[in-house]
Design a protein around this ligand. Structure first.
Ligand SMILES: Cc1cc2nc3c(=O)[nH]c(=O)nc-3n(C[C@H](O)[C@H](O)[C@H](O)COP(=O)(O)O)c2cc1C
Length: 137
């Protein structure tokens, strides 16, 4: 059944292009906020050890249009789409986009602090644990 506003949430993981740094991240957040605001899109962007995890929420057509831009962006690759699901309410209504590193994420979402720690403690298993985290988040 379609909800009233056709509100959906989209999740994916990706690997950042070599050399991703604070200024390149700031560029991504700036353009995201600038474009998401008028499109009624909210969400969050996680960045850790060269990997992105993003959650986008908004009207289905706005999300699909934005996704078509994001997935073709050469600042990341190995994009793993984790699906679009219908939602009743936004989880991040105040953020047109908000960046979290692992430490900030563990503080904002204490229920995942243990997984974040596990991810950092495990050598080579990081991506497997990140996938698990992003399926749960
Ligand atoms: C990890 C990542 C996350 C992004 N998130 C968004 C976003 O939330 N909203 C958005 O409009 N663009 C986002 N972008 C930027 C788009 O890929 C794209 O550069 C931008 O929308 C401008 O589109 P254009 O380059 O086709 O003009 C993101 C890019 C990357 C690499």
């Amino acid at each position: 059944m379609m909800n009233k506003l056709d509100l959906v949430e989209l999740k994916y993981l990706s690997k950042a292009k070599e050399g991703m740094n604070a200024s390149a991240l700031a560029d991504i957040i700036d353009i995201s906020k600038f474009l998401n605001e008028p499109n009624g899109i909210t969400g969050m962007l996680f960045f850790d050890h060269g990997y992105f995890g993003q959650i986008l929420e908004g009207n289905r057509s706005a999300i699909e249009e934005t996704w078509s831009r994001i997935k073709n962006d050469n600042r990341h690759f190995n994009i793993e789409f984790l699906g679009i699901t219908e939602i009743q309410d936004r989880r991040f209504p105040k953020w047109s986009m908000n960046l979290f590193d692992a430490q900030e994420f563990a503080i904002a979402f204490p229920q995942f602090a243990e997984l974040i720690k596990k991810m950092h403690d495990s050598d080579g298993e990081n991506i497997r644990i990140l996938k698990l985290l992003w399926q749960k988040v």
